[in-house]
Structures are given as C-alpha cells and as structure tokens.
Design a protein around this ligand. Structure first.
Ligand SMILES: CC(=O)[C@@H](O)[C@H](O)COP(=O)(O)O
Length: 262
C-alpha cells in the first residue's frame, strides 16, 4: 500500500492509547504487524510525562511509522497548532487530522476540518483527515490538498463496525483512485475484514485492541483479518444471488454398480 509516496507493508494502522501497560502496547504493535501507529500529542504527551520519558522511545523502537494525530481538538485553529507542534516533536509532516464537532458523538466538524486541512496542506503537511462518509466533504478535502481520506466506520470507541456501509461503498465507487482508510468504530476483526473486502485500502483502529481481554491476541486477529479481507477483495468476490444454484452440477446418471455384480 502506498500513502503519500511511502510504501507500507501492512494495511493496518494502530492507535496507541488506552493499553493496560507499555509492555502490552509494544507486544500488540508487534502482533498486529501494523506499519503505522498513531499517537496523540495532546493526550499521550501528558500521560507519558507522568509515566516517564520512555514512551516516545517505545514507539520509535516499534519500527512502525508514526502518524501523530490531533485528537481532542475542537477548532481548526487548535488542530493546526497541534499539528505544527507534532511536526516539531516527531519530525514528520504526516498528520492525522481530527477536529471533533460534537462532544457526545465525537463526529468530525466538516467545516473546521476542511479549513484546517487547507491550512495544513498549504504548509506542506501530508494530511490524513478523519471524516464521515459524506461525498461533498470528501471532495472539499481533496480540493484542499489531501491525498488520503479517513472516513469513519462508526463513532470513535463505539465498536459498531461499518454503521453506514452503503454510503461508504458509494464513496469508494466515486473515488476509486483515492486511498480510503476506514478509521474508528471497528469492534471486531470480522468488521475490519469486511471493510477490506469492500475495497477500502486500510483500516485504523485503537479501542477494540486496547480494551480487548487479551490485547496482543486481538491485535494479531485484526492483522490477520485485514490481510485476509484484502486477499479476498483482490481475488474477486462472487456476486450475491437471489436464488440457490447447485454447487455440484449433475451430468448424466451415476453408475452405482460398484461391486462388480450383474
Ligand atoms: C487513536 C485514534 O486515532 C482514534 O481517534 C481513532 O479514531 C480510533 O478509533 P477507535 O478507538 O474507535 O478504533
């Protein structure tokens, strides 16, 4: 998979928040095979400061590419400032742009998102905007200079899967050349596999792994599901049928004279 001219060996992007311990986080990243991990400058910086300075080195030692995010930002200005700080801290122009528009649903504010995306793209950032399945917002983000989009599966942390699957499929069809990463709301590996089978380029998730009974095993399961879903998509899924069709065609009559008797 190629994102902003970078080839990546995995189609799973993993969040780094809410794990029970740094050790579990490290093991989960490895088990998932994720090539990209996202980190919140605002939330994790504060937590890491309390837990010791090992957090950044832990992330860097994972070997995965860092995708800083603007989680927790509610205005375009806040998100732009956070992105600028993240570029300084992490030394990357990649930024996952989140501008939250509603406190309960955590859905993105499309107006502030487009505004922030336009500013950041003009400043040379490679922007990964967390958006909805709305086609017009997607087109505005592309006009602003984004070359990757991250439509939500469902509200962050909800684990509901692909809540508006038909609209997501429609988005996929309208934008066949744009890398589309399903971000947020996935709760089970089967949901990630489904996203991949529908032709999305990758998935990003956090809570389903971090809050699993066994985060490391769940990370492994998501990694496998994403890979299997992609193989299924590339292999070409059979179209669903309204009627049953025998899978074993009957040609001629069976010769049941197996015992050699007349
Ligand atoms: C970590 C991160 O970037 C989240 O904001 C992201 O959207 C993941 O959402 P889930 O926790 O629902 O997987």
């Amino acid at each position: 998979m190629r994102l902003y001219d970078i080839d990546l060996p995995s189609r799973l992007l993993l969040g780094t928040a809410q794990y029970p311990s740094p050790q579990v986080l490290t093991a989960a990243i490895a088990a998932s095979g994720a090539a990209v991990i996202t980190v919140s400058l605002r939330r994790e910086a504060a937590r890491a400061a309390g837990a010791g300075s090992g957090f950044w080195s832990l992330l860097q030692a994972s070997g995965a590419r860092l995708l800083p995010n603007t989680a927790g930002c509610h205005t375009a200005r806040e998100a732009v400032t956070t992105a600028q700080m993240a570029r300084e801290v992490f030394g990357t122009s990649w930024i996952k742009l989140e501008v939250i528009g509603h406190a309960d649903t955590l859905q993105p504010d499309p107006f502030a998102l487009v505004e922030a995306a336009r500013i950041l793209c003009a400043e040379g950032f490679q922007v990964f905007p967390y958006t909805t399945e709305d086609l017009i917002v997607a087109e505005r983000l592309l006009d602003a200079g984004c070359r990757v989009l991250m439509p939500w599966g469902a509200p962050i942390g909800s684990g509901q899967g692909l809540r508006h699957a038909e609209a997501l499929v429609s988005l996929r069809r309208y934008l066949p050349q744009v890398p589309l990463i399903i971000d947020a709301g996935l709760g089970a590996p089967s949901q990630a596999a489904r996203a991949m089978e529908l032709g999305f380029d990758a998935v990003l998730l956090n809570t389903a792994v971090a809050k699993a009974g066994d985060p490391v095993a769940m990370a492994h399961a998501f990694g496998q599901a994403v890979a299997a879903g992609r193989i299924g998509y590339e292999a070409g899924l059979m179209p669903p049928r309204d009627m049953a069709v025998p899978s074993t065609p009957v040609l001629g009559l069976a010769d049941l004279n197996l015992g050699g008797r007349p």
